[in-house]
Design a protein around this ligand. Sequence first.
Ligand SMILES: [Zn+2]
Length: 276
Amino acid sequence: MKEYKLITKILIFILILMIGSSFIVGMFFVTGIWLPDDNSSYLDNNQIHITETPKPSITEIKLKYFENCTKESSDPFLYPITKDEGLDQDYVPKVIPTNLTGGKEVTESIIPYLKKLFQKAKSEGINLQIISGYRSYQTQENIFNSYVNSELNANPYLGYEDAVIKANIYSAKPGHSEHQLGTTVDIKCVDCTAFTFSEKNIEVYNFLEENANNFGFVISYPENTTEITGYKYEPWHIRYIGTELSLKYKKKNADKEIKQPLQKFLIDTCKTGNYG
Ligand SMILES: [Zn+2]
């Protein structure tokens, strides 16, 4: 009898153990703490369907922008170029001819936006022409040196350093031109002289002020910002930063009498990763 009692006790113990462990495993299922490796059948049974592709996380978005915010990036299209911050000599983007009036070369990715901008102008009776596109480091160096030399020729008593400072007011030092990115162009009216404020050019500049942002471009050096940028107002000079950001720029400056220069806007954007 004793043996029977012992066996019954053992059996009851095993039974309690089995019920207990099934309950624990069951709870894991219900709470989702543990799912089998292939959980699709479990999800199907419970009518949970994941149909949307997952949205990029804030970290991924930030990374995307931060990557483009450094000159080391393969495509630093958001890199803030200032009188202090410039691109290296070996930054040479892949550029192709625009095939638009004025020709010149830019990166392939901005051509569709440039074309749309030209079409929009044409629809308003304005014929645009590109004056400058991509400018290599070497070309910038040649241009800058020629300006320094003409300053020295104009004033033989001027020291070299002072000549550099004078030339830098209207010309970028090598590596400090947004044109090296291949995403920047200068524009004028077809029949106008470049970089002037003739009546027909002003029509172009007003058009760019109104429309450039809608196509991903920003006038880098707005009116009355020389103290910040070190450049005078250049309404002909537009840089592509993507429609998302250019529209944000437009919204941010909509009610401002003096617009924020692009370099400041990009520094803020690149620091925070806040593009929304
Ligand atoms: Zn320019």
